[in-house]
Design a protein around this ligand. Structure first.
Ligand code: FES
Length: 109
């Protein structure tokens, strides 16, 4: 796993997703009660952008068909999504947000 700089951590607001492209990956960042989380941006159902989804509590609702994911775990919590979305560890170093990506992520770049 390798960590990549994303942006100043203050750029990730509460209540809505933030899309960032990191090492060729489209990632969705969320802040829930001050804590930061990262999941793949692409819905596992039909490729919609989850950063554009509505955030409620710790879930995000896909804007295309209304499926829901639990953001901290990536688990599907409402149909039609049935497959989990990948989650990625985040760290804050000196006010900068970093995300940890597996090696395969670089191969797509
Ligand atoms: S594309 Fe996300 S629920 Fe269909």
């Amino acid at each position: 796993m390798e960590y990549f700089a994303v942006c100043p951590e203050q750029e990730i607001p509460e209540g809505q997703g933030t899309l960032r492209q990191v090492a060729g990956e489209r990632l969705a960042f969320f802040r829930i009660n001050g804590e930061l989380f990262c999941i793949d941006d692409t819905c596992t159902h039909a490729l919609a952008s989850l950063s554009a989804g509505q955030v409620g509590g710790r879930t995000v609702t896909c804007p295309l068909h209304g499926g829901q994911f639990d953001i901290p775990t990536g688990k599907p919590v409402r149909l039609p999504v049935t497959a989990p979305v990948a989650t990625h560890p985040v760290e804050i170093r000196g006010g900068q947000l970093f995300v940890g990506l597996e090696e395969e992520a670089e191969d797509d770049y």
